[in-house]
Design a protein around this ligand. Structure first.
Ligand code: HEC
Length: 227
């Protein structure tokens, strides 16, 4: 989320980010201020810390201008910050997932988590506790067996009549693209040299490895990734 988006949401939906237990900031500014005034206010506030990114300011959505639109989303700043730390340090989620700044290749090994906050708390919770329940199609692992007896496992990048391209990890965790010739592969399933695995490449975190409250904080952090 950009600083400008954060400021805008702090004004329009003060309940979303709370620095203290009970938010002091009154609701309802979006009903008092016009969308133009809200954007001016965000531009002014971001100029206090650094120079505002006007592209972000212009890109802000129009406020719903009604009180019903808060969609019950209440996040506490301390939980978000803790979740970010768990995500980046304790559980090293970013060793596979890109997030924040967009860059080429950030979704090679696993989907970028930018925008994933739109999916909601339940969906995110299941994705982490039980990743194999619903595996993103593009990222399913496949398995191939060569005539020499070597097994290759990885993400299927492309295939044609002659070749199969896999993205696989070596023992040290480095990613490599492997090109396998179809005629050197063993037929592993009826008429095909490619077996699709029904387990996600993402490890499932059980409640012994990740407590419910750690999971909640990670999900709170992920809920802020909405663009
Ligand atoms: C070993 C690499 C790896 C690690 C580490 C990893 N993930 Fe994943 N994750 C994946 C892959 C691959 C997918 C896509 C396949 C799937 O849907 O299960 C995925 C899917 C997801 C999804 C669903 C996203 C979507 O668009 O479908 C979420 C949310 C997620 N991971 C969160 C996390 C969190 C939080 C952590 C850290 C606790 C984490 N991941 C650690 C590889 C990883």
């Amino acid at each position: 989320m950009s600083a400008e988006q954060y400021l805008w949401e702090s004004i329009v939906f003060p309940d979303r980010f709370k620095a203290v237990e009970d938010g002091q900031m009154p609701n309802g500014y979006d009903a008092i201020l016009s969308n133009r005034e809200l954007k001016d206010l965000v531009a002014y506030l971001s100029s206090l810390g650094s120079s505002p990114n006007f592209r972000n300011v212009i890109g802000l959505a129009d406020a719903p201008q009604t009180r019903q639109a808060t969609d019950g989303l209440t996040l506490k700043l301390t939980n978000i910050e803790n979740g970010r730390q768990l995500f980046t340090e304790t559980f090293q989620c970013q060793s596979c997932h890109g997030w924040g700044e967009h860059f080429a290749g950030q979704d090679l090994a696993a989907p970028s988590l930018n925008g994933v906050g739109l999916m909601g708390r339940d969906w995110l919770t299941t994705s982490i506790r039980d990743p194999s329940k619903q595996i993103a199609k593009k990222y399913r692992s496949v398995q191939c067996l060569t005539e020499d007896g070597d097994t290759h496992v990885g993400r299927l990048l492309s295939q044609d009549d002659a070749r199969i391209e896999l993205l696989s990890q070596d023992a040290s965790g480095k990613y490599h693209i492997r090109k396998l010739k179809r005629d050197e592969l063993v037929e592993i399933r009826d008429g095909s040299e490619v077996l699709i695995r029904d387990t996600s490449p993402m490890p499932a975190w059980t409640s012994q490895q990740m407590s419910d409250s750690q999971l909640d904080d990670i999900v709170s952090f992920l809920l802020t990734l909405r663009d």
